[in-house]
Every structure is written in structure tokens, then in C-alpha cells.
Design a protein around this ligand. Structure first.
Ligand code: GLU
Ligand code: MG
Length: 445
């Protein structure tokens, strides 16, 4: 899409507002809307934003980051490929933006640019990273109770939610998002949709459009949608599992091998080993809220111990068994300790940085875990070198702050602002009653 294409779509469809959106360090989708007569100039040069916004946490508390004070401006420049007419908002379109400095150069505090940089590093090794982010979410009624009480995968749940889901399917299709599956999930009010994999940048942006779409359509149906990791303490949490693989320039899946028992190539094993190696630190990016650690508990299929396994739902890395008729195309790895309170650009960027490190250092992920790692004794886990994942945001941020690969990949400005924002959130929630923490997050994501 060119600027001219966007302008002609806006003219033809009588669009009034175009939302210039971004996802911030706190995982909040924010933005500003351009009114249509101003659009041509804005599409090229962007909308101004104070540098301070990347020091804003998810409670709208501004953190003290020296380069992100009251003085200084960046621009939100839309990625034209992400332009979408929004099927749920009258005369409104949107695009996701990259943060650039006043000369139009990528701003080092921009999460989207971080993913872009990691993707270029992957490309320099001949890899196109493919990803798909699963979407678990909870529908909640006006009394802040789960909207339905139907069972896992139950057809009754499909019946209860069918009008809502039909609207979601149509809205996603009109935005070019390829819905693959829908089903009622385990928790009361919990539902899930999955979409087709796409190059990682597209997969991240799609996830943000899915959040926007589901929240908007829930509102139209008189309910609220929550993507919070654990909106209700007594119900299943909402994961944002990330499936990933790598393809070459001809679209061949480089994670596939016909000689491995799980059909995973040595490149796939090394990528996985890199992620395992950086796992505690990575969680600072992929499960980045106090509420995230209310979800990450043993025996909830969200993963708690650092290991990998074929179709093992308690392992952070699950080698997903391929489709029998499409083995080489469908082999992929699922990363479970991720949720949808994360900024998907940061989560995917971190995952890729760690995976590439595994390839560069030819790391070995060790033996597969074939049982629930929680069933082993502490001594058995110790012998197999299987550690407990961080159990709090504090622990994950501490690990992140000490992981030189991830810190170097993020760069100084993004590291400093991200840690400042996330540490302030950890400070705010520390010591609060569990119920209160969940309630704070329920409608924030
Ligand atoms: N809801 C679980 C989680 O928090 C995942 C269940 C599943 O395997 O789909 O990750
Ligand atoms: Mg699920």
C-alpha cells in the first residue's frame, strides 16, 4: 500500500478518523487519531508524541527516565501495510506506527523497531521467522462475573457465543486476518481463537488488531472482553501462546527434518535451546505483569518449569506434532509462558534474539520432558537441571536486567525505559491482596 492507496481508500469509504496506534512498554495500545483532511501530511511525516510516553506505565504513572522527560518529541509514522478500515467503528480506520525521531530515523525507544532489528538479524542468517499468537480471552458481564459458565470445548459454549463469534469472524476477515479456529476454553467465560501463522511482524500486529476487534465487538454485545493473564483467580488464565518456526527465501520450513523422531531440525533444536537458556529473563518480556505470575502456576498448562517436550502441555516449549498430511509445512514450536498483557513486538523480538543466540552458539536443549515436570521431585528436577520459572514480576525483571544478550538487543534506551516502567508496576502491586491485583488487571488488557 502506498500513501495514495490509503488516501483513496479513505476518500472512497468516507473515513473520518485514522487511528495512529502503537503498543507501549506497559503493553497498552495507545494512539492518536488523524482527522481526514490532515491525513496526507500525517501519513508521510507522522503524528507528534512526547518522548515521555514510553516512560508511562500501565497505571498512567510517568516514570523517571532521563531521556524521556517533559522535553522532546518523536513521531508516530504509520506502517502503511497495517492500514485497516475498522469494521466495528463508524467511518474509522487505523494503522500501527513506528516511532521515529524528528529526522525520520528509527527511535531507539520504539518496541516495533526492536522487533524489526531482530528480524533483520534473522534475515542475515537466511531466516524468515513465522509466528502465530493464540488468543485466550474472557467475556465478562456487567456485574464483573464471567459471562457464561459452559464447559471446555463444549458445544453449548459455541451456542451461547455464536452471534458474538460470527461477528468476530467477519470482522477479522474484513481486516485480512485469517481465523483458523474458535472454541470455548476451560474457564468460565473463557474463549479462544487462533489465526494462521504469518511473518513475525505481521503476527504481532495482527494480535493487536485482534485485541481491538474482540474488545470492540464484546462491547457491542453488551459484555466486556479481558485479555488479562488471570482475570479471575479461581478460573483458568488467559495465555497468549506463541507458535514459531523459520522459513527460507522459498518458503521452506527450516524447522522441519525428516530424520528426527519429532520432525524437528537441528536449527529448530538450537533455536529452542537459545530460548530455554534465556527463559527466566525472557519472561520479563513475555509475561510482564504482576497478574502474569498469578497465571504461571503448575498444572494449569501455562508452564512452570524450564524444559521442552513433544506435545507436553506443561513444558514452556512444546514441539507441536505436525499435521499428518502437511508434516514439513506444519512443524512448529509453541512457547507457553507468554500472555496478552505483553507487548507482542517486545515478546517476539526477545524470543527471536534468544533463538538466534541458540543457533549462533549451537546450543543443545537437552533431553525431552515426556511427563509433567511438576510430578518430579525437587531432587529429580535438580538432577535434570530443570529450574522453576520466575514466580514474580520482580524475579523476571531481575533476570532480564542481568541478561546481556537481551539487554544489548533491546539497546540502552528501550532497556532503561522498559525496566523503569515494569519495575514501577511491580512496586505498585507488591504486597497487595491477590484478589486486588487480579481486579486491577481485569480491564486493563
Ligand atoms: N489457559 C492455559 C494458559 O494459561 C492454556 C490452555 C491450553 O493449553 O490451551 O496458558
Ligand atoms: Mg487454549
Amino acid at each position: 500500500m502506498t500513501i495514495e492507496d490509503v488516501i483513496s481508500a479513505v476518500d472512497q469509504q468516507k473515513i473520518q478518523f485514522v487511528r495512529f496506534l502503537y503498543c507501549d512498554n506497559g503493553g497498552i495500545i495507545r494512539g492518536k487519531s488523524a482527522y481526514y483532511p490532515t491525513l496526507p501530511a500525517r501519513l508521510a511525516s507522522g503524528i507528534g508524541l512526547t518522548v515521555a510516553m514510553q516512560a508511562m506505565n500501565s497505571l498512567d504513572q510517568l516514570q523517571d527516565v532521563p531521556e524521556m522527560g517533559p522535553v522532546g518529541e518523536i513521531r508516530l509514522v504509520p506502517d502503511l501495510q497495517t492500514f485497516r478500515v475498522l469494521p466495528y467503528a463508524p467511518a474509522t480506520a487505523a494503522a500501527f506506527t513506528t516511532m521515529v525521531d524528528l529526522d525520520g530515523n528509527p527511535w531507539p525507544g520504539c518496541p516495533r523497531d526492536f522487533l524489526n532489528r531482530m528480524l533483520r538479524q534473522a534475515e542475515s542468517r537466511g531466516l524468515t521467522i513465522q509466528a502465530s499468537i493464540e488468543n485466550e480471552f474472557s467475556l465478562i458481564d456487567n456485574e464483573e462475573k464471567p459471562w457464561d459458565n459452559t464447559l471446555c470445548f463444549a458445544s453449548l459454549g459455541m451456542l451461547t457465543s455464536q452471534d458474538f463469534v460470527a461477528d468476530v469472524a467477519q470482522a477479522l476477515q474484513s481486516q485480512g486476518i485469517l481465523l483458523e479456529q474458535y472454541y470455548p476454553e476451560l474457564g468460565a467465560g473463557q474463549h479462544e481463537i487462533s489465526v494462521r501463522h504469518a511473518p513475525a511482524m505481521e503476527a504481532a500486529t495482527q494480535q493487536l488488531y485482534i485485541r481491538e476487534t474482540i474488545r470492540a465487538l464484546a462491547q457491542k454485545h453488551g459484555v466486556r472482553a479481558s485479555f488479562a493473564p488471570k482475570p479471575f483467580l479461581d478460573q483458568a488464565g488467559n495465555g497468549g501462546h506463541i507458535h514459531f518456526s523459520a522459513s527460507d527465501e522459498f518458503g521452506q520450513n527450516l524447522f522441519y527434518s525428516d530424520s528426527d523422531r519429532y520432525h524437528l531440525s537441528s536449527l529448530g533444536y538450537q533455536f529452542m535451546a537459545g530460548i530455554l537458556h534465556h527463559l527466566p529473563a525472557l519472561l520479563g518480556l513475555t509475561t510482564p505483569t504482576a497478574n502474569s505470575y498469578q497465571r504461571l502456576t503448575p498444572n494449569t498448562w501455562s508452564s512452570s518449569y524450564a524444559c521442552w517436550g513433544p506435545d507436553n502441555r506443561e513444558a514452556p516449549l512444546r514441539v507441536a506434532s505436525p499435521m499428518r498430511t502437511h508434516v514439513s509445512q506444519s512443524i512448529n514450536v509453541e512457547f507457553k509462558p507468554a500472555d496478552l498483557a505483553a507487548n507482542p513486538y517486545l515478546a517476539l523480538g526477545g524470543l527471536i534474539a534468544a533463538g538466534l543466540d541458540g543457533i549462533d552458539r549451537q546450543l543443545d536443549p537437552g533431553d525431552p520432558m515426556l511427563i509433567n515436570p511438576g510430578q518430579l521431585t525437587e531432587a529429580e528436577r535438580l538432577m535434570k537441571n530443570i529450574v522453576r520459572l520466575p514466580t514474580s514480576l520482580d524475579q523476571a525483571l531481575e533476570a532480564l536486567s542481568k541478561d546481556s544478550l537481551l539487554i544489548d538487543s533491546l539497546g540502552p534506551l528501550l532497556t532503561e525505559s522498559y525496566l523503569a516502567v515494569k519495575r514501577s508496576e511491580a512496586d505498585f502491586y507488591r504486597g497487595k491482596p491477590e484478589e486486588e491485583i487480579a481486579a486491577y488487571h481485569r480491564f486493563r488488557y
